[in-house]
Design a binder for this molecule. Structure first.
Ligand code: SF4
Ligand code: SF4
Ligand code: SF4
Ligand code: FES
Length: 951
């Protein structure tokens, strides 16, 4: 098999002073702390090894890597012996060969080299070492005690554990501990009896294992191996691409045979993931070829009509004629488009270009509206740029990590593993979250402070933290004086110092004891490099933007912006949330966050696109819905977004969608929104196209085509086809040309090109003449806006209050194995871990209502009612219930309200006042949903059969 991920130097890199030694007579200089094994690799040699790999600390168990060191007795293991100045090492000699051979022959006696047909054949490290040493069999014979009959554990849907092939090297155990941080594996027993066990000797599926695959990746034999490797066979080629799930943006080598993905191997040189992955990106890619994929364009006049399969051209013509008819009758502003945070930058750019240039309106918005729009607002106003300030690597230099309203182990697992590694090294941890998320207590990690605030009181909490910083003299006055606007700072300082903002005064509001707030504030302000990581638990509130301002205020006041180890870091939800915002998807901004009212910017884009652009901002998603309901908005082009499931107040959304005369949906599946559509453009998965995604650290990474688009066109090509049918010419032969156009028009992207991305691997914007290789850390020396600006952040309680009728607060989140609306993960084996959304409820609230785990619970809010199964748990506090929205028929968004952030309209998903009661049957909405679902699937089945008969 071809080599991927480069050569393995055996042990991790060190960073000490230079040390020069001699290896086999050649001089080599390496940093102090380097192992002899790594030094030999640096000198171009390769010492045989089995238990060592450069992603894990040296362990020294296999004794294959022995060397001779002049002046030292015996034969030290080169993986655990560090270099020293003047050391003279010999890596080859008859004696060494004899010793190594003896060790390998012992291994082979329990693991015969019956390699033909083994999934690891040709890339098994035991096979390789044996071949190098000329070992083909074992002089010890094969009749003694052995493990060859140990049963295979194939409980995990994605990989199997074959103990008969295990050489007890412990790499899997160390990978689970050091890389993933789950500590699910141990070696039980000693010597010959040693064996790998998961948790309390359980099958992998039932154990604490979270299926990240780090153990599989590290296993030198086929003891742990991906199931498709055995089923499909050896891959023929590898394509470097980027995960299409979350905002971590992990880089992968997609290993392919023909048009089939055999496995996804995390790239060791991927700068976002450093060779690690999670269960979604590594294993849950099967949705891309799922039988539910729609691969034929379809049209229909009414949403109660059967779908008609048509050619791409017919679909473009029909959609374009409908949009033009509607504009002629109802005006130019009666139409709009939605870009997707799951599609590529180039695709998002083209959709907003189509709306602005071909349709002549600024009615374009993005699904990022419903998650991180407050981040853009808050960071732009305070710091001058609408994005996070650091690279993920920065966390390894943090001393205090402050996690607010984020659940990284579920939402951003690969970054969480890195963060946990830093915490195990000794960094301190503060968690502000209504729930006791995993980070609060997990193996070898205990939060120094958990601030279990009431949902909806973030701003009160951040004000009370700031109060402590200011009134206890913990402000970094020199930093503030040098880098921030003095008048705005003074105003903020006066505001937060007021007694009403003290932790004692606000404890009643937040529910967090004052001494916890004081302790956390002191730790963050004085503990060294303080880094804030936050998520949707900050943004999805009626004061989401205020909270982002408050976070930036706090970071500026303590001097925690502008170097490694610190910063304000939004953990973006979907793979390309950052990118879709960067690309000008909002109705008021063109690419690079430049306001449409700016005549110079409009002239620049207008000249490139050959049109006059509108100076007035267009409609946001909620305004589009309102306008659809009042009859002034009639047609919408939606790429890769499922508002009918993901947006709040589902019944309001579906009423608005039903009122449209032409809804064009472009997606992989007949999603909930497509059930209200008149035109369906079949989408392409990330495996079927070229482009780029931008992750939460502003890192632009290439997405590369692994297989041909199942529907014949990639998403960007479909948008080009639609634009042309509208009479607006778009000429691109490859997405690289779209990126070239983005670079011409966007100052922060001036230096970005596919050629540079190929050369550097990935680039963090801004990338321009001032920073040709990109910008890992922002705001060094000065803020992008010049002086940092403090904002007064008055706490205004949400109007969504509990009362006798709705006494509980519902808050929402996500789980590791499912993703967003679940369209992808529900179509994979990930559902084995989480097959339905459940309602978490505190034992006290459950007892008051006679609810037990597994009972059906009716949840009613001011917006609607739904029914979910209960899980009784102390993870939630009394008075708070929690659920996810990965499954459409759960109707979690039937109960969320239309309350939204005052500045950006980001919905207040995190706070809904509800009542919960034990019930026996689904809600009326669920019954209607199921009927409508059946009806729509029936209308689709006819089209699918017709498409097949035409082929
Ligand atoms: S898959 Fe990940 S979590 Fe599971 S045992 Fe392996 S390393 Fe540990
Ligand atoms: S399963 Fe693989 S990595 Fe783990 S001890 Fe056995 S051979 Fe080593
Ligand atoms: S952490 Fe996110 S980007 Fe990385 S593999 Fe998992 S889902 Fe994909
Ligand atoms: S590789 Fe050094 S002891 Fe195993």
């Amino acid at each position: 098999m071809f080599a991927i991920n480069g050569t393995d130097a055996g042990t991790p890199a060190a960073q000490g002073e230079s040390v020069t030694l001699s290896i086999d007579g050649a001089e080599v200089t390496v940093p102090a702390g380097t192992s002899i094994m790594r030094a030999a690799a640096a000198a171009g040699g390769a010492i045989p090894k089995l238990c060592a790999t450069d992603t894990l600390k040296a362990f020294g168990s296999c004794r294959v890597c022995l060397v001779e060191v002049e002046g030292q007795r015996g034969y030290p293991a080169s993986c655990t012996t560090l270099v020293a100045p003047g050391m003279k090492v010999k890596t080859e000699s008859d004696k060494l060969r004899q010793l190594r051979k003896g060790v390998v022959e012992l291994y082979v006696s329990d693991h015969p080299l019956n390699c033909k047909g083994c999934p690891a054949d040709t890339h098994c490290e035991l096979q390789g070492v044996a071949a190098d040493l000329g070992v083909t069999t074992s002089p010890y014979g094969f009749d003694g005690a052995n493990h060859r009959d140990a049963p295979c554990d194939d409980s995990n849907p994605y990989f199997q554990f074959e103990p008969s092939l295990c050489i007890a090297c412990s790499r899997c155990v160390r990978a689970c501990d050091e890389v993933q941080g789950t500590f699910a594996l141990t070696i039980e027993g000693r010597g010959f009896a040693s064996r790998v066990v998961a948790s309390q000797d359980e099958p992998f599926l039932d154990s604490e294992c979270v299926s990240c695959g780090a153990c599989v990746e590290s296993c030198p034999t086929a003891a742990l191996s991906e199931k498709p490797l055995a089923l499909i066979g050896r891959p023929e080629r590898a394509v470097t691409t980027t995960c299409a799930y979350c905002g971590v943006g992990c880089s992968f080598e997609a290993e392919v045979k023909g048009e089939q993905v055999v496995r996804m191997v995390p790239s060791r040189d991927g700068k976002a993931n450093r060779g690690h992955a999670c269960v979604k990106g590594r294993f849950a890619y099967g949705y891309a070829t799922h039988a539910d994929r729609i691969t034929t364009p379809m049209i229909r006049k009414q949403i109660t009509d059967p779908w008609q399969p048509v050619s791409w051209d017919e679909a473009f013509r029909y959609a374009a004629s409908e949009f033009r008819r509607i504009q002629a009758r109802h005006g130019r502003e009666s139409v709009g488009g939605i870009t997707s945070s799951r599609c590529t930058n180039e695709e998002a750019f083209l959709v907003q270009k189509l709306v602005r240039a071909a349709l002549g309106t600024n009615n374009v918005d993005t699904c990022a509206r419903v998650c991180h729009s407050p981040t853009g607002y808050g960071l732009k106003h305070t710091l001058g740029e609408s994005a996070g300030t650091q690279a993920f690597d920065s966390v390894m230099k943090s001393d205090v990590i402050f996690v607010i309203g984020a659940n990284p182990t579920d939402g951003h697992p690969v970054f969480a593993s890195r963060m946990k590694r830093r915490l195990r090294e000794g960094a301190k941890l503060i968690v502000a979250d209504p729930r006791a998320i995993d980070l609060v207590h997990s193996p070898h990690i205990n939060a120094d402070f958990h601030l279990p605030l009431r949902p909806g009181t973030n701003v009160a909490l951040i004000n009370s933290v700031a109060h402590v910083v200011v009134t206890e003299g913990l402000v970094n006055e020199a930093y503030v004086a040098e880098r921030c606007e003095p008048a705005a700072y003074q105003k903020w300082r006066d505001f937060v110092s007021q007694p009403k903002n003290s932790p004692e005064a606000l404890a009643e509001v937040t529910g967090v004891p004052a001494e916890l707030v004081r302790g956390a504030a002191r730790l963050y302000a004085t503990g060294g490099n303080g880094a804030i990581y936050y998520g949707l638990g900050v943004t999805e509130h009626s004061q989401g933007s205020t909270m982002v301002l408050g976070i930036a205020n706090l970071a500026m006041a303590t001097g925690n912006i502008g170097r490694e180890g610190v910063g304000v870091n939004p953990l973006r939800g979907q793979n390309n949330v950052q990118g879709s915002c960067d690309m000008g998807s909002f109705p008021h901004e063109l690419a690079g966050y430049r306001h449409v009212s700016d005549a110079t910017t409009r002239a620049l884009f207008g000249a490139e696109w050959g049109v006059q652009l509108e100076a007035e901002p267009g409609l946001r998603i909620p305004n589009m819905f309102e306008a659809a309901l009042d009859g002034s908005f009639k047609a919408l082009y939606v790429q890769g977004e499922d508002m009918a499931q993901s947006d709040p107040n589902t019944q309001h959304v579906t009423a608005a969608l039903s009122a449209l005369e032409c809804l064009v949906v472009q997606d992989l599946f007949l999603n909930e929104t497509a059930k209200y559509a008149h035109v369906f453009f079949p989408g392409s998965s990330f495996l079927e196209k070229d482009g780029t995604f931008t992750n939460a650290e502003r890192r632009i990474s290439r997405v590369r085509k692994v297989m041909q688009p199942l529907a014949g066109l990639a998403d960007w090509e479909a948008t080009v086809g639609f634009a042309r049918a509208l009479g607006y010419e778009m000429n691109y032969s490859h997405p690289s040309e779209i990126m070239d156009e983005i670079a011409r028009l966007t100052p922060t992207f001036t230096g970005v090109s596919y050629a540079k991305l190929d050369r550097l691997g990935s680039i963090q914007w801004p990338c321009n003449d001032a920073a040709p290789a990109g910008t890992p850390t922002m705001h060094i020396g000065e803020f992008v806006r010049g002086k940092g600006r403090f904002y007064v952040t008055e706490y205004v309680p949400t109007s969504e209050r509990v009362n006798v009728r709705f006494p509980l607060i519902l808050t929402t989140g996500r789980v590791l194995t499912q993703y967003n609306v679940g369209a992808q993960t529900r179509r994979t084996a990930n559902s084995q871990w989480y097959e339905e959304d459940v309602l978490e409820i505190h034992p006290q609230d459950a007892e008051d209502r006679g609810i037990g785990t597994g009972d059906w619970v009716g949840i009613t809010s001011r917006a609607g009612e739904t029914v979910l199964r209960a899980t009784v748990t102390e993870r939630v506090q009394p008075g708070v219930v929690y659920t996810t929205f990965h499954f459409p028929d759960s109707g979690a968004n039937v109960i969320t309200t239309e309350n939204s952030d005052w500045a950006t309209n980001c919905p207040e998903y995190k706070v809904t006042a509800v009542q919960a009661v034990k019930v026996q049957r689904p809600s009326d909405w669920q019954r209607r949903f199921r009927e409508q679902n059946e009806q729509q699937l029936g209308l689709l089945r006819g089209a699918t059969a017709a498409a097949r008969s035409r082929q």
